[in-house]
Design a protein. Structure first.
Length: 100
């Protein structure tokens, strides 16, 4: 179900969803979805962070834009951490670029 949703929602771009705990994931190359495992882990296994020198230039720009967007639309007076935790548990926040 999730893979089908991701394929339909992000059909115009390549993506990788990887489960660090179970050590496997799925890669979509704009045509098909393939199960993958990584032999060499060049990312932080505690938060999924990838060193900037390994990212493509477009990814760095996208993350910067995403962080800037979230920073600018946030109304500090209306932050509601309790509601945020209901929508997405805090343990997943470390994987969101806008939370880093």
């Amino acid at each position: 179900m999730t893979l089908k949703h991701l394929k339909e929602r992000f059909a115009d771009q390549s993506w990788l969803v990887y489960d660090l705990k179970r050590d496997y994931g799925f890669f979509y190359n704009r045509q098909s979805i393939e199960e993958v495992t990584l032999n060499e882990k060049s990312f932080n296994t505690s938060n999924g962070g990838v060193p900037l020198n390994l990212l493509q230039e477009e990814e760095t720009v996208s993350q910067t834009i995403c962080k800037g967007y979230c920073r600018n639309i946030t109304i500090r007076e209306r932050l509601n951490p309790k509601l945020q935790k209901q929508h997405m548990p805090k343990r997943y926040w470390k994987f969101l670029p806008e939370k880093r």
